[in-house]
Design a protein around this ligand. Structure first.
Ligand code: TYD
Length: 223
C-alpha cells in the first residue's frame, strides 16, 4: 500500500467480532449529529454485482476456487473504491467513510486459503485507510456468537477463525508501516464498552476535531 485515504476508517476482525453491530451503532450516533459531518457507512463484500457473486460463494450456493475468490474480492474492492459514489469520491468530498472490512481481510482470509503471494499482489495497489480498528476477540467466544445465525458461511468455523486471529495479529505491524493508524479494540467487552472504544479512536481524527471545533460543540457532545 502506498497512499493514505484521509477520512477513511476500516473495521477489521474475525467473524463474530462485532464489526457490523458497531458500524450500526456508529450510524445511530451520527444520525443525531448536528455538526454537519456527513457519515457514510459501507462494507465489503459490497452490495454491487461482484459483491453479490462473492456472497453466493460465502453462503455456499456456488463453489468458487479460492484463487477465483481472491480475485473477486479485489475486483469488488476496486469498484468500492473507484466506482461512482465510491470511497474515494465520498472522502474527497469531505465525508467520513467507515467500512466494515477492506484489504486486510483479503491478506488474512485469502492469505490463509491461497498463500500470501496472490492476495499481496492483488491488494498492494490499494491505498490504505487513515485509521484501522482491529476488533480482537477469542475465536471461541466469537464462534459462540455465530451459533445463533441460521446458516454458517464459508469461513465461519472455529479452526479457520483461530488461523484468522493469528494472521491478523501477525500482519497488523506490517500494515502500520503504510502510515495507517492502527488501534486494537478489545471486542469481548460489552457492546457499549466497545462502542466507547471505537468512539475514542475516532475522536483522534482531524475530521472529527475540525467538525466539533467548527460548530463550537465538543466532539464528545456529538453523541
Ligand atoms: P462479514 O463482514 O463477516 O459479513 P457478514 O456480516 O454478512 O457475516 O464478511 C463476510 C465474509 O467474507 C467474512 O467471513 C470475511 C470474508 N472476507 C474475505 O475472505 N476476504 C475479503 O477481502 C473480505 C472483504 C471478506
Amino acid at each position: 500500500m502506498t497512499a493514505i485515504i484521509r477520512n477513511f476508517v476500516v473495521f477489521e476482525g474475525g467473524d463474530g467480532s462485532g464489526t457490523s453491530t458497531q458500524l450500526a451503532l456508529l450510524q445511530r450516533r451520527f444520525r443525531g449529529d448536528s455538526t454537519g459531518l456527513i457519515f457514510h457507512p459501507t462494507c465489503e463484500p459490497t452490495g454491487g454485482p461482484v459483491g453479490a457473486l462473492i456472497r453466493s460463494a460465502l453462503k455456499k450456493e456456488i463453489t468458487l476456487h479460492p484463487l477465483t475468490l481472491a480475485r473477486l474480492f479485489a475486483a469488488d474492492r476496486a469498484e468500492h473504491l473507484y466506482g461512482p459514489g465510491g470511497v474515494i469520491e465520498r472522502c474527497g468530498r469531505g465525508g467520513l467513510v467507515v467500512s466494515d472490512r477492506y484489504a486486510l481481510s483479503s491478506l488474512v482470509y485469502q492469505g490463509i486459503e491461497c498463500g500470501d503471494e496472490l492476495p499481496q499482489t492483488l491488494n498492494a495497489p490499494f491505498p490504505a485507510p487513515e485509521l484501522l480498528l482491529f476488533f480482537d476477540i477469542d475465536p471461541q467466544t466469537a464462534c459462540g456468537r455465530l451459533k445463533n445465525r441460521p446458516v454458517l458461511e464459508l469461513y465461519e468455523h472455529l479452526e479457520f477463525q483461530q488461523k484468522v486471529r493469528e494472521k491478523y495479529l501477525s500482519l497488523i505491524g506490517e500494515y502500520q508501516k503504510s502510515g495507517c493508524r492502527v488501534e486494537i479494540i478489545n471486542a469481548s467487552k460489552t457492546r457499549e464498552e466497545v462502542a466507547a472504544g471505537v468512539w475514542r479512536a475516532l475522536l483522534k481524527m482531524p475530521i472529527l476535531k475540525a467538525e466539533s471545533g467548527g460548530s463550537g460543540q465538543t466532539a464528545e457532545q456529538i453523541r
